[in-house]
Design a protein around this ligand. Structure first.
Ligand SMILES: [Mg+2]
Length: 254
């Protein structure tokens, strides 16, 4: 054959909550103390009493994710974006809400997760297989406090960072999926058009639908969810080993 045949797929855009990690992890009574410590380290000029009331206010106003027994990784926008919430909270304490302080506090509020849950079975094997198939892995995730930098730290501690090429979160992209911003930013990072991307995720509405609208391939996975009644995805698989097989078949069949 003369001339290179372009590969059908170059990049896998991979969701996290319910895809590589569980949908939720346990709330701990020590979380507030942990956040106090992290916010204090991020804002060394503030007195302990001010940190106390700031963290209490942040936890209270972001209650949807923090006072429940389990912390959901599937963020939905029922409360303002973290930056807006933090800025309002700083102002309520009579503090300056400059962008640098807001970002430092947002990262401090993203508690590390590596000690409280494990990747879903087959997660690392899937990432290894994606690379073996010649594709890049880009994390494309809805988050509340976490940006790419926070996630890199989580992934390093979970032994997954070496298998990931890039990370894009809704905090970095400015919109939660199903808004296309996360996938569009991932395409820019990859330098790759939509038709060379496959989205792997556990939510029809957040992962499959926006990916199909952009012209991407899709694999719906449900390692931590009930079997979906229906899906428009190109493949629907119960676990991450089946996902690797479906991806391989997709590459072979073009
Ligand atoms: Mg998910």
């Amino acid at each position: 054959m003369i001339g290179a045949v372009p590969k059908a797929l170059e990049v896998a855009l991979i969701d996290v909550g319910g895809t590589l990690w569980p949908n939720s992890w346990p709330f701990r009574m020590t979380d507030r103390a942990g956040r106090h410590e992290r916010v204090a380290a991020a804002m060394p000029l503030l007195e302990a009493a001010v940190i106390d009331s700031l963290v209490a206010d942040l936890v209270e106003s972001s209650r949807v994710g923090d006072e429940a027994r389990a912390i959901s990784t599937e963020t939905t926008r029922t409360i303002p974006a973290a930056e807006i919430l933090i800025a309002a909270s700083l102002e309520r304490q009579g503090l300056d809400a400059d962008a640098a302080a807001v970002n430092r506090i947002r990262r401090a509020m993203a508690l590390p997760v590596a000690d409280r849950m494990k990747p879903l079975p087959g997660a690392i094997e899937l990432l290894v297989e994606i690379r073996a198939l010649g594709l890049k892995s880009i994390i494309a995730s809805n988050t509340y406090w976490r940006d790419a930098e926070s996630y890199w730290e989580d992934f390093r501690l979970l032994g997954m960072a070496g298998h990931v090429d890039a990370i894009v979160t809704s905090v970095d992209a400015g919109h939660l999926k199903p808004h296309p911003a996360v996938f569009e930013m991932a395409m820019r990072v990859a330098g790759c058009p939509a038709e060379r991307c496959v989205v792997i995720g556990n939510r029809e509405e957040n992962d499959v639908e926006p990916a199909l609208a952009l012209g991407m391939r899709t694999i719906l996975v449900y390692p931590d969810d009930p079997q979906p009644a229906s899906s428009r995805a190109h493949a629907v698989v119960p676990d991450l080993w089946e996902c690797a097989r479906a991806l391989k078949a997709m590459l072979h069949d073009g």
